[in-house]
Every structure is written in C-alpha cells, then in structure tokens.
Design a protein around this ligand. Structure first.
Ligand code: ADP
Length: 195
C-alpha cells in the first residue's frame, strides 16, 4: 500500500493535483471537504451540523472527521493506497490517522506540502468562489478566518510529519503540469524504495 497526504493551505491546489495523482497512481482519493459537502447536499444531521462551521471558515470537530475517515478506510479494503486531501488538519487527526493505518498494517509514505504565498491564495479562492458555488469562498473575511485556523491548528501537522522525516515541501505556484511533475518525482522516489 502506498498512502500519501497532500498538504497545504486552502487554495493551494490540493484538489487539482489530487485528481491527477489518483489517476496516475491508482490511489483512492479521500477528501474530508468533499465528504462533508456530500453530507450537506444529502442534508444528513452530520451535514447540517457541519455546514455552519464550514461557512464560517472554522474546522469541524476532530471526532467527526476521524469517524468519516475510519469508515472510508473500512469501506475500501481493496484500495492499493489512499491519497488524503484536507486531512489531517490537526495534530489529533494526524495521530488518529497514524493509529488507524498502523492497525491495518500500513502507514503514511510521504506528506507532500504545497507552498503558496497568502495573497496568491486569497486571489485563487475569491476566483473559485465566482464559479464553485462554495459559500466559504466568497467572503474575504471568512477566507482570512480559514487561514487563521490553518496557521494555528494545521501547520503543527507539518511539524508532526517533519519529526517523522516524512515531510517534503513543493512549490505550489507556477505551471500546473510542472507542479504535478515535481509531486510525481517525490512519489516515484518512494515507490521505488518499497519495490
Ligand atoms: P479548503 O482547503 O479549500 O478550505 P476543504 O474542501 O478542504 O477546503 O474544506 C472546507 C471546509 O470543510 C473547511 O474549512 C472545514 O470547515 C471543513 N473541513 C474539511 N476537512 C476538515 C478536517 N479534516 N477537519 C476539520 N474540518 C474540516
């Protein structure tokens, strides 16, 4: 199994690069943002509770997203590997993920962290808000709240994986294909290690 985390702030291109990476490497894409939006669309109790937090740019409680990931892992026993996108977003989520994977006899191979300047991120998110229908992408103040949450709660996740020697930083600005090549190179290095 080859499991990786695509890490980076809101708007750093995780969704775009995830689509390409899963098709190149045959991984199962697990995006907690997508799962939550599907819960909202289906108007489940979980979705209704999460919507207000998400609209305000705040994180959904750890137990909720950890539960979602746990059931996604269980319902994909045949997967050759997972690409985690938008998860883990707190150190508690990272520790829970490490434990869940260990129980399945596997682990995170690498954390690829996309680096993008904050002003560029705001521009991208406001742009996406024009067409995505995502209410959390239309208000600059809400976007700033998301960055605040990212700095305070999510950046320590990078430190967690740096201490485990699994963090690799990749420049997330410039040509989408070039970024994809840079990500692929890091994956290929580690896939070979395992062969
Ligand atoms: P982005 O990274 O572009 O902001 P996502 O689609 O990953 O967007 O997430 C949208 C929102 O969903 C977040 O702002 C947060 O409220 C919620 N969310 C997604 N993943 C998590 C997570 N792992 N933990 C807590 N909240 C999450």
């Amino acid at each position: 199994m080859f499991n990786l985390i695509l890490f980076g702030p809101p708007g750093s291109g995780k969704g775009t690069q995830s689509e390409r990476l899963i098709s190149k490497y045959g991984l199962k894409h697990l995006s907690t943002g997508d799962i939550l939006r599907a819960e909202i669309a289906a108007q489940t109790p979980l979705g209704l509770a999460a919507k207000e937090l998400m609209d305000n740019g705040q994180l959904v409680p750890d137990e909720v997203v950890i539960g979602m990931i746990n059931s996604a892992l269980d319902s994909n026993p045949q997967a050759g590997g997972f690409l985690f996108d938008g998860f883990p977003r707190t150190v508690a989520q990272a520790e829970a993920l490490d434990k869940l994977l260990a129980q399945k006899g596997t682990s995170i191979a690498v954390v690829l962290a996309l680096q993008v300047d904050e002003e560029e991120l705001v521009k991208r998110l406001m742009n996406r808000g024009l067409t995505s229908g995502r209410t959390d992408d239309t208000d600059e103040n809400k976007i700033r709240v998301r960055f605040g949450e990212y700095q305070k709660k999510t950046m320590p996740v990078a430190e967690h994986y740096k201490n485990l020697d699994k963090l690799v930083e990749i420049k997330g600005e410039g040509d989408i294909d070039d970024i994809f090549q840079a990500l692929s190179r890091e994956i290929d290095l580690r896939n070979q290690d395992r062969a």
